[in-house]
Write a protein that binds this ligand. Structure first.
Ligand code: PLP
Length: 497
């Protein structure tokens, strides 16, 4: 109620009112009550092992038996596997085939001691990483441009993005004397760009998207100024799976001598194959002269184990601004390419093994299956009159409703075992199709469950339980501070024994 009242008030004023309103005892009591309720719900789902195992709050005086430790790990893993292996989860686990997982695990087991920081000890790490970058860059058309494309292996999409943004900040400071850096980013781009701006003191210039959820070109042009360090486009975006007009955006960037980053974390290992299979894929990679950097996640549709991604640059000069070197440290000459110092070389080994063992043929097959399943799911959603699909997605499909509270539909799907992503601005839910959804019966089960979920929301009263009330709060400006508190408390809970 309170939230609704404030939804039309400008952000700054709403923030001010929230701060002062929360001091009124009645309001404070209500807010605290709501907050505690939500946190209690979250705690139950985050700490299911509290009643199953003893908590370890200090080192055991006597070491545990290895078989007992393994037993606990296997028990937790089995319970958790049950959640994703039958294809109930959006994104998260992208391959999931047991044989593939076991192969990666074998590679990890052999290479677990490798640290690329000590490349003199483990030159194999250099081979793994150089070849991962080479294979990824070639897939993204590095051989179709005269410029040398180079890169580094990172720990995931967020690190790739943070590093690229830091690189542009430092490059433009030296080469253009930009002291107050600004970044132009479509509002649908991943939150990692906001994180980069916060961490590296860059001003974020958010660009609105059009009715198809693609960056509005006229807004991009308007936002450019002498402090712009780079422009960003997604291929595709996390929320709605739509590809920004990267050809036009990167051309504008080049015209103004500004860097352009294509975030292909989600699509890097799908779009090149979808294009080969004849799907309508616009240009997004290094074939576009204006694209000066890219990110592509091997730990998503590259089907590697969690913990690797690739960030790529047009030319080594740019990559140099990512590297860190220390020449006056008493610990010796120190240099490292990414944020971490010591790094898990075994993850690079497993990533390398994943790319080689799947090969172009495997990625083509996987993409074909994913696209076929996505088409069926899109049709299933279109057949439900209360729902509509946002934009024109390929395989990351967001859907909303003009008639129902879509978060209640999300909660109903959760009750049925599905783990989908709730999104907002506008309110919708998405499913990122993975290989697990291409298995026999999964797609039909999704469509059937979705129909039932919609029917139930239509015919039952709102109990105000689950995520629907939290999203309801986040949708209103004054309540965002409260939601932020909830999220921080959630993280606190994560670290509680
Ligand atoms: C488009 C896009 N960019 C970046 C990221 C961030 O990747 P990560 O979660 O690996 O840090 C994601 C994650 O889903 C994404 O979809």
């Amino acid at each position: 109620m309170i939230e609704k009242l404030f939804s039309f008030i400008p952000q700054k004023l709403a923030g001010f009112m929230e701060k002062h309103l929360k001091k009124i005892p009645y309001v404070k009591k209500r807010v605290d009550k709501e907050l505690n309720k939500v946190i209690k719900d979250l705690e139950t789902s985050l700490k299911p092992y509290k009643d199953v195992f003893n908590s370890n709050t200090h080192l055991p005086r006597e070491p545990f038996k290895k078989e007992d430790i393994l037993e606990q790990i296997i028990e937790m893993n089995t319970r958790e596997e049950d959640k994703w292996k039958d294809g109930y989860v959006s994104g998260a686990v992208y391959h999931g085939n047991q044989e593939h997982i076991e192969f990666l695990n074998k590679v990890y087991a052999v290479t677990s001691q490798i640290n690329p920081l000590h490349s003199d000890l483990w030159p194999s790490a250099s081979r793994f990483e150089a070849e991962i970058i080479g294979m990824t860059a070639t897939m993204l058309s590095s051989k179709k441009t005269e410029d040398p494309i180079c890169g580094t292996v990172t720990s995931g999409g967020t690190e790739s993005i943070l590093l690229a943004m830091k690189t542009y900040r430092d490059f433009t400071r030296v080469n253009k004397n930009i002291k107050n850096p600004e970044l132009i980013v479509p509002e649908t781009a991943h939150a990692a760009f906001d994180k980069a701006c916060q961490y590296f003191n860059i001003k974020m210039q958010h660009i609105r998207v059009n009715k198809n959820f693609q960056a509005d070109i006229s807004q991009v042009k308007k936002a450019i100024n002498k402090n712009t360090i780079a422009i960003v486009g997604s291929a595709p975006s996390f929320p709605h799976g739509t590809i920004d007009p990267i050809e036009e955006m990167s051309a504008i960037a080049m015209e103004h001598n500004i860097g352009f980053h294509t975030d292909a974390c989600l699509g890097g290992f799908v779009l090149p194959f979808a294009e080969k299979l004849g799907f309508d894929v616009p240009l997004f990679d290094f074939r576009l002269k204006g694209v000066t950097s890219m990110s592509a996640d091997t730990h998503k549709y590259g089907y590697a184990a969690k913990g690797t991604s690739v960030v790529m640059y047009r030319g080594e000069e740019l990559r140099h601004f990512q590297y860190y070197t220390a020449t006056d440290w008493p610990g010796g000459l120190y240099f490292s390419p990414t944020f971490a110092g010591s790094r898990p070389g075994a993850l690079s080994a497993a990533c390398w093994a994943s790319l080689l063992s799947i090969g172009e043929k495997g990625y083509l097959d996987a993409t074909r299956k994913i696209m076929d399943t996505a088409n069926k799911i899109k049709q299933g959603i279109c057949d439900i009159p209360e729902l509509y699909i946002l934009g024109k997605p390929l395989w990351v499909i967001a859907f909303g409703s003009k008639k129902l509270n879509i978060y209640r539909v999300l909660d109903e799907m959760t009750q049925k075992g599905w783990s989908l992503n709730g999104l907002h601005k506008p309110s919708c839910v998405h499913i990122a199709i993975t290989l697990l959804h291409t298995r026999e019966g999964v797609c039909q089960r999704f469509v059937d469950d979705l129909k039932l979920a919609v029917e139930r929301v239509k015919t039952t009263p709102d109990t105000k339980k689950g995520m629907a009330p939290v999203y309801g709060m986040a949708a209103t400006i004054p309540a965002r501070g409260i939601v932020s508190d909830i999220l921080k408390k959630y993280l606190d809970t994560y670290y509680k024994t």
